[in-house]
Design a protein around this ligand. Structure first.
Ligand SMILES: Cc1cc2nc3c(=O)[nH]c(=O)nc-3n(C[C@H](O)[C@H](O)[C@H](O)COP(=O)(O)O)c2cc1C
Length: 133
């Protein structure tokens, strides 16, 4: 599934983001747009130049990947997906709303863990090959 291009309105400055950032545990319940998810995935592991990503990586190996768990994202059926940075697309892994299971996997009683419209997980992807620099 192709994602919309991760372009959009100008983002606030890095200083402002740091000042305003907070952990939240209550969610509006409104669906998240596919564009918002596209921009977040790109920010996390997207391609930022030839052979380069938005996140650094040891030896340019890029063995970290993102898995999206979509619960309520417009135009993205509920399920989990592997994010492919090169094509900026989602590859389906499992169907259905997995948010309750994620909530159950939390330590202690933390009901808000099943609340967000989407979650992402950082995966190790062992197609390990150090680039010669
Ligand atoms: C490694 C790590 C684990 C965390 N685990 C939880 C958690 O299990 N439950 C939770 O409600 N918040 C968790 N937090 C969020 C912290 O409680 C929160 O960052 C802290 O209270 C400071 O608030 P702020 O993020 O709004 O500045 C975690 C944060 C980090 C960095």
């Amino acid at each position: 599934m192709m994602l919309p291009p991760p372009d959009g309105p100008a983002t606030p400055s890095f200083d402002e983001v740091l000042r305003r950032r907070r952990s939240i545990r209550a969610y509006s319940g409104a669906p998240l747009s596919a564009l918002a998810v596209s921009r977040l995935l790109w920010a996390g592991q997207g391609v930022s130049g030839p052979g380069l990503r938005t996140a650094p990586s040891a030896g340019g190996s890029f063995f970290l990947g993102l898995t999206l768990v979509a619960g309520d994202v417009a135009d993205v059926p509920a399920g989990s997906y592997r994010y492919e940075p090169g094509a900026h697309r989602l590859v389906p892994l499992a169907r259905g709303d997995l948010r309750a299971q994620i909530g159950d996997a939390g330590i202690d009683d933390q009901p808000w863990l099943s609340g967000p419209q989407f979650q992402w997980k950082l995966d190790l992807r062992f197609q390990w090959k150090l680039r010669q620099v």
